[in-house]
Ligand binder design. Structure first.
Ligand code: GLP
Length: 257
């Protein structure tokens, strides 16, 4: 099955994708205004930097009211203090929450716990919070070199939900720079599941740079399978992929659905 050509948006640079995405968020926020909060699933990573800069600028210009938005975050490393600069919570504060008046009770981070029973309970509570908020209107995603989405590493089932996971070697290698060494990178994390992601009404995936070309090609062209969790996104009815020419470099021919 073909992925509709409109689902793949080739951009010259991340800033172009950022503008289009923030345009969409502005329009969605306008539709929700006065009725309910716009519920966003937010991601971290270098792919998201231009997007957050653009969004903060649009909020500063008075065109989007953060008080009308609720955020649910995708993933977090295990074993870090909440204010650890290497954690995704602090990353998000620096790129978004320290810069705009976003209500504290509308920022949701998946909790991490070492005890399996605690981790499972907190994961269920997180899923319930998303349901109680009305579900995610728009989920932002990056993609890992190994085809992961969030921290749903290869082997993650389409039916997977929020849970504690063990990180793949390539994921830990990619994180080694920001942690100072491979040994310092946590072995475990919490991630929302593939099914949680697929339940969002819209999914927007960002992939920039040649390092993502292989993963993006497997995600959009190879057989849909748990070996490349991002491939499950092709089963979603409202997927849009923003890629620059380097990331799209291995997408020759048709994009299969
Ligand atoms: C981490 C995160 C993912 C993110 C990925 C890509 O592994 N868990 O959610 O999509 O990195 O990050 P980057 O955009 O920095 O390449």
């Amino acid at each position: 099955m073909e992925l509709p050509s409109t689902a793949l948006r080739l951009v010259a640079h991340p800033g172009e994708a950022a503008r289009e995405l923030v345009d969409e968020i502005e329009a969605l926020a306008g539709e929700c205004r006065g009725r309910r909060a716009l519920v966003l699933g937010l991601a971290t990573g270098n792919s998201m930097l231009a997007f957050y800069d653009e969004w903060v600028a649009r909020i500063a210009a008075g065109r989007i009211d953060p008080a009308g938005c609720t955020a649910f975050h995708l993933d977090e490393y295990a074993g870090l203090a909440e204010d650890d600069p290497r954690g995704f919570r602090r990353w998000m504060e620096q790129r978004l929450y320290d810069r705009v008046p976003w209500p504290r009770d509308r920022r949701h981070f998946p909790a991490v716990a070492d005890d399996p029973a605690d981790a499972a309970r907190l994961a269920r509570e997180y899923e319930q919070r998303i349901v109680d908020a009305g579900g995610i209107d728009l989920q932002l995603l990056g993609i890992g070199r190994n085809g992961h989405i969030g921290f749903n590493e290869p082997g993650s089932a389409a039916s997977s939900r929020t849970r504690r996971v063990e990180l793949a070697p390539s994921t830990r290698e990619d994180a080694a720079k920001s942690f100072g060494s491979l040994a310092s990178v946590p072995r475990f994390a919490t991630t929302v599941g593939v099914a949680t992601i697929l339940a969002a009404r819209r999914i927007r995936l960002l992939a920039f740079g040649a390092a993502k070309a292989g993963a993006l090609s497997r995600a959009l062209r190879s057989t849909v399978s748990a070996q490349c969790p991002a491939s499950f996104l092709r089963e979603h009815q409202d997927l849009r992929v923003f890629a620059d020419h380097a990331a799209a470099g291995e997408l020759r021919g048709s994009v299969q659905r």
